[in-house]
Design a protein around this ligand. Structure first.
Ligand code: MLT
Length: 261
């Protein structure tokens, strides 16, 4: 489905009915990374999975954006769809956007799922790497992101069917959208202090072999949130939701069923 937000074409997938669940994708992906979760949840929930600004079928902004800007747009989308409250699920960069949403509108979210994400801001070295990535994206296009990210997203690395599917998706992204998101992540706020203020019941999902957001960081994050449980996905690198969808779907459906029982 398409809508217009801040004058820009914006895509979101919407399926099913029931309590709302908002799924926020990671970098350099789009709503399709959640396809296995959308299928598993749509019989009991109203699942909303947007393409964040500049990703997938949502056209990029002309100017630089921030994670706060993405959060403002998501609140406008929820208003347009007349969703008063939702469970908020953020994967990696989507988790950074989720933290911004929780700063702006904590009462709008009655449950939280944080998958393969982290609360801290980038150190200087990380910021420099993101600026190098932004330069490579401008010079080489989205292939720069697929080359750098696929070995970290997937434990089996390049060459598998899943890897070529993800590679095709990344290579279809707007380079400008990926540049803007890289810079937005480089200068995102630190959300460590936010964790102890989170009121919503929370599920934290980590991947046993995730090198971007390793289990130690995920467990520490879960321990810092008042009402959180931690679920570790065995044999998975960063992209848990695609590598082991059955394990992830069980963790999410158990959490949602308990929340709405
Ligand atoms: C993601 O999966 O969204 C990215 O790995 C996040 C990041 O680079 O910090």
């Amino acid at each position: 489905m398409f809508t217009t937000i801040h004058g820009l074409k914006t895509f979101y997938e919407e399926r099913g009915s029931g309590p709302a669940v908002l799924l926020l994708h990671g970098f350099p992906l789009d709503h399709r990374m959640w396809q296995e979760q959308i299928s598993a949840l749509e019989s009991n929930y109203r699942v909303i999975a947007p393409d964040l600004r500049g990703f997938g079928q949502s056209e990029p902004h002309k100017d630089l954006i921030t994670l706060e800007h993405m959060a403002d747009e998501l609140l406008l989308l929820l208003d347009q769809l007349q969703v008063e409250k939702a469970v908020l699920a953020g994967f990696s960069m989507g988790g950074y956007a989720a933290f911004s949403l929780l700063r702006k509108a904590p009462n709008r979210f009655n449950g939280l799922i944080l998958a393969n994400t982290r609360p801290d801001a980038d150190p200087l070295e990380g910021q420099i790497n993101r600026m190098k990535m932004a330069a490579s994206l401008l010079e080489q296009g989205p292939q720069a992101a697929s080359k750098a990210m696929i070995p970290k997203l997937l434990s089996e690395g390049e060459g598998s069917g899943l890897a070529s599917e993800i590679q095709d998706q990344i290579n279809g992204m707007s380079p400008l959208g990926l540049v803007h998101a890289s810079l937005a992540m480089a200068f995102r706020k630190d959300s460590t202090e936010l964790l102890s203020t989170i009121q919503a019941p929370t599920l934290v999902i980590g991947g046993e072999k995730d090198s971007i957001t390793p289990p130690s960081i995920m467990k520490k994050m879960a321990d810092s949130i008042p009402n959180a449980t931690y679920s570790e996905i065995k044999d998975s690198a960063h992209l848990t939701v695609r590598e082991h969808p059955d394990q992830v779907n069980k963790a999410i459906t158990d959490f949602l069923n308990h929340l709405h029982s």
